[in-house]
Design a protein around this ligand. Structure first.
Ligand SMILES: CC(=O)SCCNC(=O)CCNC(=O)[C@H](O)C(C)(C)COP(=O)(O)OP(=O)(O)OC[C@H]1O[C@@H](n2cnc3c(N)ncnc32)[C@H](O)[C@@H]1OP(=O)(O)O
Length: 175
């Protein structure tokens, strides 16, 4: 039997994470980052590997980036081609949402082409930008993070976001 093992990423996973992301970045689905950014952000990542009959290296990765007291973003969610449709993405997303709850985040943003996938887990298409308090908006503008700029829909990152859909998951306190 093959089982999926979800675990926090380690620094030694960075080359494999980069291998997962590289073809998707070339296709414009995920943002390409410098290697140093993966090491700096390694604590944001969860990874999945298969154990049991089918031993594998990393077959999926995903990260939760905290933006504000109540707001986080799921980013860099990817399953290797050979393992799509076998529960890797669902396992990662569930782990990242659990992390969001644990750290106190009540809203989780994502920017994606995979609207149907995220909809299955309660994410809804954002109707407008008015979900950001003006004071918070002003503070978030100070961030150098590209993902924050995408959340704010800033002009300088428009080429990254073309065709993507902005979605939000509201976590209820009792969940
Ligand atoms: C915020 C971001 O990171 S956006 C970027 C999202 N990532 C990408 O676009 C990268 C390319 N895509 C992928 O790597 C994968 O297709 C993912 C991550 C979107 C999904 O990963 P998978 O491992 O294939 O998903 P998984 O097998 O867990 O699917 C869970 C369920 O969603 C369904 N599903 C999977 N992909 C899709 C999809 N594109 N649309 C609708 N349903 C989907 C599956 O059928 C499954 O349904 P079930 O529970 O009824 O069996």
């Amino acid at each position: 039997m093959t089982e999926l093992r979800l675990r926090p990423a380690r620094t030694s996973d960075v080359p494999a994470i980069k291998d997962l992301v590289a073809p998707l970045a070339r296709a414009g689905v995920l943002i390409n980052k410098d290697t140093v950014a993966y090491y700096e952000g390694i604590q944001e990542f969860l990874v999945v590997e298969a154990v049991g009959d089918e031993q594998t290296g990393l077959i999926g990765c995903g990260a939760l980036h905290v933006m504000w007291e109540d707001l986080g973003e799921v980013r860099t969610l990817a399953t290797s081609d050979a393992w799509r449709g076998r529960g890797v993405g669902r396992t990662l997303l569930a782990g990242l949402i659990e992390r969001a709850r644990a750290v106190g985040v009540s809203r989780v943003f994502c920017l994606t082409f995979e609207v149907d996938f995220f909809s299955r887990y309660g994410f809804e298409v954002m109707p407008n930008q008015n979900q950001v308090d003006p004071d918070v908006f002003a503070e978030l503008l100070r961030s150098h993070d590209e993902g924050v700029a995408e959340y704010l829909d800033l002009a300088r990152v428009k080429p990254n976001t073309l065709g993507n859909t902005r979605m939000l998951l509201e976590l209820s306190p009792e969940d």
